[in-house]
Design a protein around this ligand. Structure first.
Ligand code: NAG
Ligand code: NAG
Length: 304
């Protein structure tokens, strides 16, 4: 089913290819650009007995982890490409198709996450990254907003700005951390053009991957910091949780009063960690946790 949908959308997916190439050197990314990223090696197909599908017994091999990293990069590239070009798509059908490609790539990322979780989920850095991606609701918020755009089309285009705020601050840096945990200190999640490694260039900023002991990042904290910046308040630095240490610049953090949302995404910890739970994920949208851009009242225009 998903394959058929994606196949019918190859035309709109094609523009994702150049972005994947940009971070080149990895031929596997071209496969990702068509939405057909190989998930996991078929058991036994690699000539080793250690190619378990995620969630099954056994620990993914180093090769499995490398494949997961490459495929995760390819998926992030596809999503980033939509965020780059979506705002300039003028045809509503084309917009929905492009959003659907991005949505499917985003959901597919959970397969790669699950492989790394299976091998390294008990390590402190992975758990910390997961606390923002899953527990804090950052990943699911991206999934939800992409799905809304795939369904509502250009009427929901403001979700692109909100996704950029949350994804570039919370999601992508923590995907970097997942990749680094595999021992790969080169691969990074592929950013949209407006983003740097910790947020939106010149806009809302986080502190990179969530570290052990730090409060999880949340979408709302990123939205709030971006909105404050757009009002000319604060310095765009996201403040997560009630960690006193992050409040040192409080004098200029006028937006801090709106940071109470830090915990409201908690129910969103619905990001499944097992690959088996991945498909039902799209059905989990009814949480109403994100709503649409209007729910936040932010226009995200303070991004640059
Ligand atoms: C990630 O967070 C979710 C939701 O809190 C939790 O169910 C899962 O066990 C966590 N996984 C890891 C590897 O910490
Ligand atoms: C990345 O890993 C390689 C191989 O382990 C190592 O030689 C190199 O110094 C590392 N680079 C960084 C920036 O950590």
């Amino acid at each position: 089913m998903k394959y058929l949908i994606l196949t019918s959308l190859l035309a709109s997916a094609a523009f994702a290819a150049p972005l994947a190439q940009k971070h080149g050197g990895q031929a596997t990314q071209q496969q990702g650009a068509t939405g057909q990223t190989p998930q996991t090696p078929a058991p036994g197909s690699q000539g080793t007995a250690q190619t378990p599908s995620p969630g099954s017994q056994g620990t993914p091999s180093q090769a499995d982890l490398a494949t997961a990293v490459a495929n995760w990069m390819a998926d992030t590239s596809m999503v980033s490409n939509f965020l780059n070009v979506g705002g300039s798509i003028q045809n509503n059908v084309a917009f929905k198709q492009a959003a659907t490609v991005a949505f499917n790539a985003e959901v597919d990322e959970l397969n790669h996450k699950a492989i790394i979780d299976a091998a390294l989920g008990n390590t402190a850095n992975v758990q910390a990254a997961n606390s923002t991606l899953a527990t804090g609701g950052a990943f699911m918020d991206v999934v939800n907003k992409l799905q809304i755009m795939s369904q509502q089309g250009m009427a929901a285009v403001n979700n692109i700005d909100l996704i950029l705020q949350n994804r570039c601050v919370n999601v992508l840096p923590n995907i970097d951390a997942y990749m680094a945990a595999t021992g790969d200190n080169q691969s990074k999640a592929v950013r949209p053009t407006v983003c740097d490694s910790t947020g939106i260039a010149g806009g809302v900023q986080g502190q990179g991957p969530t570290l052990p002991g730090q409060a999880p990042g949340t979408p709302q904290a990123a939205f709030d910091a971006a909105a404050a910046l757009a009002r000319g308040q604060g310095n765009g630095q996201v403040q997560n949780g009630g960690t006193a240490g992050t409040q040192t610049s409080a004098g200029t953090q006028t937006g801090a009063g709106t940071q109470a949302g830090a915990g409201i995404q908690a129910p969103a910890g619905a990001v499944p960690t097992g690959a088996a739970a991945q498909t039902p994920q799209t059905g989990a949208q009814g949480q109403g946790q994100t709503g649409t851009a209007k729910g936040h009242g932010h226009k995200g225009k303070g991004q640059n």
